[in-house]
Design a protein around this ligand. Structure first.
Ligand SMILES: [Zn+2]
Length: 299
């Protein structure tokens, strides 16, 4: 069965350098290689080399396509290099902070000039409400470019930051899927991706999906948030998400990011087994693993 992965992070040299700058200040002595060494991860090389490495990795696991996320604001050019080099394999996603003064212009450039297809929002990290008019302005922009919006709601942990000893000051209340639904409902033509089934706000994520047919779930990561909900298994999560959103609005994702770990085969294996156990029909599985991705981002 064809597999497209809707959630991979492209940890470029710029991503590592941003971590280094945050930890050690603006001195230009901290290279991506030094930060990678500190993290005990492989150095990324330049964006073209990293994109080739990702292609090899996807080939090794028989993954056809992947969404690559530029994970710090301003790094979308790295992902654009990867997408330009391998347009049949990658779709570009990029993080924008809609309340920063340059946010909307950055988003416009990413969608218009760099060919990105999805804007990613992290409201609890960048501290804004999802029903803020500046978020609505991004939805309007996405609508005019047939782009999608990805919104990280719920619990958030960023491994690179914690391994570097960098504090991440979050306001988790701001990652509320119901506030997202308030804005998403105004732009029904904009596909919305809610990763990790809402990241712990599962009930709210289901309600948001019920209220807004544009809201999709991505299945990515180990979904460690289920420990916040008593007696909930990942199998229950899939069953309830299928019951509310249906197979048309669930997208497989792995949340792969760094090397040498590479593509997270174990996430895929566990989720395939759950869908099998739930008796998910082949056509529904095909939607989750590839067809929905193609509907949103082209065949
Ligand atoms: Zn992620």
């Amino acid at each position: 069965m064809t597999v497209h992965d809707c959630h991979c992070h492209f940890f470029s040299a710029r991503f590592f350098e941003a971590l280094g700058r945050e930890k050690y200040g603006a001195s230009d002595g901290v290279t991506a290689e030094a930060v990678a060494r500190e993290l005990a991860w492989d150095p990324p090389g330049d964006a073209a080399a990293l994109s080739d490495r990702w292609v090899d990795e996807l080939n090794r696991h028989h993954v056809s396509r992947a969404a690559l996320i530029a994970s710090v604001p301003g790094d979308e050019e790295s992902v654009a290099i990867a997408v330009t080099a391998h347009p049949d394999r990658f779709v570009g996603f990029f993080v924008v902070n809609p309340v920063s003064p340059a946010g909307l212009d950055q988003a416009r450039r990413g969608l218009q000039t760099l060919g990105m297809r999805c804007v990613c929002l992290f409201p609890s990290m960048h501290r804004y409400r999802l029903d803020d008019e500046r978020v609505a302005a991004l939805f309007e922009l996405a609508a005019s470019h047939q782009a999608a919006i990805f919104v990280h709601c719920g619990y958030l942990s960023i491994e690179a930051r914690s391994r570097m000893g960098l504090a991440t000051v979050l306001d988790l209340r701001l990652g509320d899927p119901l506030a997202l639904a308030a804005t998403a409902a105004r732009f029904p033509q904009v596909p919305v991706i809610l990763p990790h089934f809402g990241g712990g706000f599962f009930r709210e994520a289901l309600m948001a999906a019920e209220a807004c047919p544009s809201i999709h779930f991505d299945t990515s990561s180990s979904n460690g948030w289920i420990r916040f909900v008593p007696d909930l298994s990942l199998s229950d999560v899939f069953r309830r998400a299928l019951a509310v959103a249906g197979p048309n609005r669930i997208l497989f994702g792995s949340d792969s990011s760094f090397f040498p770990r590479g593509w997270r085969k174990v996430i895929h294996g566990a989720q395939r087994a759950i869908l099998e156990e739930l008796g998910c029909e082949e056509d529904a599985c095909r939607k989750i693993f590839s067809a929905n991705f193609e509907r949103l981002f082209g065949a």
